[in-house]
Design a protein. Structure first.
Length: 236
């Protein structure tokens, strides 16, 4: 064996490394090569794992793309007929859905003495209108008719900075019951909280998308209103 200038062995004298399955890889120890069937099994398992990871990534990207091209809210069941009504708002004026046809309409369900979900819902809607850059009709259907007076409704709208941007629909429990049923909403009671729901109607008065308050965002609502406006413009 030669000697390098620093006293170590020359590189040419160092034995080349052998693969781990070589019998000379571990002198003094018995060696057993990995069975071919086991190697095949491990290879297949690794390939399947990589395929699963790739599938998750592709699914996530595909889901995000589909949602961006469609709606942010949950699709309402198709075929629900428009729920027409004619009731008074907080200023005593008649509210009829057929008078609002031709453009998307936001229908939400609130009560005037609410301190949490209703103000939150209203602020999300207000921010969505700001993001959209123009007004669309917003209807707030009372879910507590015994306490939702016109005066309280106006005070609520003023406090939430929605005066002139949102109209309340008020009435008796018997008058409002048909609207609640049409939208699958439970009213406010002393024993249970009402259904915190916001629905967007298309220009023909059909329920198209819905949001629970827990997932309602200004960006999502503005996006879905814009989608319905583009759909309306294409069909003209």
């Amino acid at each position: 064996m030669g000697t390098a200038p620093h006293g170590g062995p020359l590189l040419r004298d160092i034995a080349p490394l052998r693969p781990l399955d070589s019998p000379a890889a571990a002198p003094g120890y018995p060696h057993r090569a990995m069975p071919a069937r086991l190697r095949l099994t491990l290879f297949i398992a690794a390939a399947l794992a990589l395929t699963a990871i790739a599938g998750v990534v592709l699914f996530a990207v595909g889901d995000r793309t589909a949602r961006g091209a469609g709606f942010s809210g949950s699709l309402r069941p198709p075929g629900i007929p428009p729920a027409e009504f004619g009731l008074r708002d907080d200023h005593g004026e008649l509210v009829r859905l057929r008078d609002l046809r031709g453009r998307p309409v936001v229908v939400t369900f609130l009560y005037t003495t609410c301190r949490d979900t209703c103000p939150l819902t209203t602020q999300q809607i207000r921010a969505a209108l700001d993001d959209l850059g123009h007004e669309v009709p917003v209807i707030a259907v009372s879910v507590d008719p015994a306490n939702d007076t016109p005066r309280r409704a106006r005070a609520f709208a003023l406090k939430q900075q929605m005066s002139g941007r949102m109209r309340w629909v008020l009435g008796t429990s018997a008058q409002l019951q048909r609207i609640w049923r049409a939208y699958g909403v439970a009213p406010q009671t002393s024993d249970a909280e009402h259904s915190a729901s916001t629905v967007v109607l298309d220009g023909r008065g059909r329920q198209r998308v819905g949001f629970a308050t827990s997932v309602l965002t200004p960006e999502g609502l503005a996006h879905d209103i814009a989608v319905l406006e583009r759909e309306r413009d294409r069909n003209r």
